[in-house]
Design a protein around this ligand. Structure first.
Ligand SMILES: Nc1ncnc2c1ncn2[C@@H]1O[C@H](COP(=O)(O)OP(=O)(O)OP(=O)(O)O)[C@@H](O)[C@H]1O
Ligand SMILES: [Mg+2]
Length: 334
C-alpha cells in the first residue's frame, strides 16, 4: 500500500524467536501416521515411505512411537533401545538417541516396550507437573535441528490414547491409513475427533489425508465408494483422501517384515532370487544357491515373485505426500 508521502512502505515481519516459535519451525516437516485401530498399515506406510524418500542428500527420520516396536525391529531390522530414548524424551525433554543411517540417509529413533509406561506417567502428570507435550516438542526439535531432516515420519501404535494425544500436539501433519472394513473406518472417525480436539486446543496439526490400505486395485467401484465415504468423514477438515491406494499383497508384506526389507530392497532381492532360480534351472542344480544350501547356509526364502506393483503404489504415495506438504507450505506462506 502507498504511504501518505507516496513512497512504498515495506513491512518486515519479525521471525518468531520465542521458544515455541523456534521449536515449531524445527518441527515443520513432522508427519504423524496414526489410527487407533490396529493393523491398518501405519508401520508399513511409515517404513516404506521413509525408505523411498531417504537419500544421503535428503535425510529422513523415522520415530517409532509404538511399544510394539515393529518399525524398529521387524521392518528396519534394528535392535534399538526398546524405546528408552523416546521415554526419556517424554519424561525429561532430553533428545533421544538417534540410530544413524539404518539405510542411506535414513535415521531412526527406536520404539519398544518401555513406551508402554506412558499411560502411567500421564495418570500422575497433574501431581508431578509433568508436561509430556512440552518435553517431547523440545526433545524432537533438537533432534530435527541436528539432523536437518527433509521429512520426519512418526509411527504410532494402536490404542494408546495418552501418547497419541501428545503426538498430535507435536506433529505438523497427520496421515491416517485405513482398510475398507467398517471397524477401520470407525477408527478414522474416532481419530478425526481426537484431531479436532487437538486443533481446538491450539495444536498446529493439519490433516493431509486418509490412505486406503490393503485394498484390491481392481475393485474400482468399491474403492471409489470408500474414498467418497472417507471424504464425507473428512468434510470440513480441508483435506481429502489420497488418490493412491496401497494394494493388497500378502506375500510381499510377509517378506518385507520377515527379511527386514524396504519395498525397493525387496524388488531388488526378488529380481536377484528370480535370476538365481533361472540360472539354477539352466545349470541343472549346480548353482551357488544349491552349493550354499549343501554347505548348510540357509538362503533367505522370499515368497513374493514380483512386488514391483506394491513398490510403485508406495512411490506414488511418497510423491503425493511430498506434493501435499509442499502445497500446505505454500498455502501457509500465501
Ligand atoms: N500390502 C499389504 N497387503 C496385505 N497385508 C499387508 C500389506 N502390507 C502389510 N501388510 C500386513 O498387514 C498387517 C498390518 O500392517 P501394519 O503392521 O503396517 O499395520 P499397523 O497399523 O502398523 O498395525 P499396528 O496397529 O499393530 O501397529 C501386517 O501383518 C503386515 O505384514
Ligand atoms: Mg504398527
Amino acid at each position: 500500500m502507498a504511504s501518505p508521502t507516496g513512497t512504498q512502505k515495506v513491512v518486515v515481519m519479525d521471525p518468531d524467536t520465542s521458544t515455541q516459535g523456534v521449536e515449531s519451525a524445527a518441527l515443520a516437516r513432522v508427519v504423524l501416521v496414526a489410527n487407533q485401530k490396529g493393523g491398518v498399515g501405519k508401520t508399513s506406510i511409515v517404513t516404506a515411505l521413509a525408505g523411498l524418500i531417504a537419500r544421503p542428500d535428503r535425510r529422513v527420520l523415522v520415530v517409532d512411537a509404538d511399544p510394539q516396536g515393529n518399525a524398529t525391529s521387524s521392518d528396519l531390522g534394528v535392535d534399538g533401545d526398546r524405546g528408552r530414548g523416546l521415554m526419556m524424551a517424554l519424561q525429561y525433554g532430553e533428545p533421544p538417541k538417534v540410530e544413524r543411517d539404518v539405510r542411506p540417509g535414513l535415521d531412526l529413533v527406536a520404539g519398544g516396550p518401555l513406551l508402554a509406561q506412558v499411560g502411567a506417567l500421564t495418570a500422575t502428570a497433574t501431581q508431578t507437573g509433568l508436561d509430556l507435550v512440552a518435553n517431547l516438542r523440545a526433545a524432537l526439535a533438537q533432534v530435527c535441528v541436528a539432523g536437518g531432516y527433509s521429512v520426519v515420519l512418526i509411527d504410532s501404535g494402536p490404542g494408546d490414547a495418552p501418547l497419541l494425544d501428545a503426538l498430535l500436539r507435536v506433529t505438523r501433519y497427520l496421515v491416517v491409513p485405513t482398510k475398507d472394513d467398517d471397524a477401520s473406518l470407525s477408527g478414522v472417525e474416532l481419530l478425526a475427533l481426537r484431531y479436532l480436539k487437538a486443533r481446538q486446543e491450539g495444536a498446529l496439526v493439519q490433516l493431509l489425508g486418509v490412505v486406503l490400505f490393503d485394498a484390491n486395485p481392481r475393485a474400482t467401484a468399491r474403492n471409489g465408494q470408500v474414498l467418497t465415504d472417507l471424504d464425507g468423514l473428512l468434510d470440513g477438515s480441508g483435506s481429502s483422501s489420497f488418490q493412491t491406494i496401497i494394494r493388497s499383497d500378502r506375500a510381499a508384506a510377509l517378506d518385507l517384515r520377515s527379511a527386514h526389507l524396504t519395498p525397493a530392497e525387496l524388488v531388488a532381492a526378488t529380481a536377484e532370487q528370480n535370476k538365481s532360480r533361472l540360472a539354477r534351472l539352466r545349470s541343472g542344480g549346480k548353482h551357488r544357491a544349491d552349493r550354499a544350501a549343501a554347505d548348510g547356509a540357509e538362503p533367505v526364502r522370499l515368497w513374493s515373485r514380483d512386488p514391483s506393483a506394491l513398490a510403485s503404489d508406495y512411490q506414488a504415495l511418497a510423491r503425493e505426500l511430498l506434493t501435499r506438504i509442499a502445497g500446505a507450505e505454500s498455502g501457509a506462506r500465501a
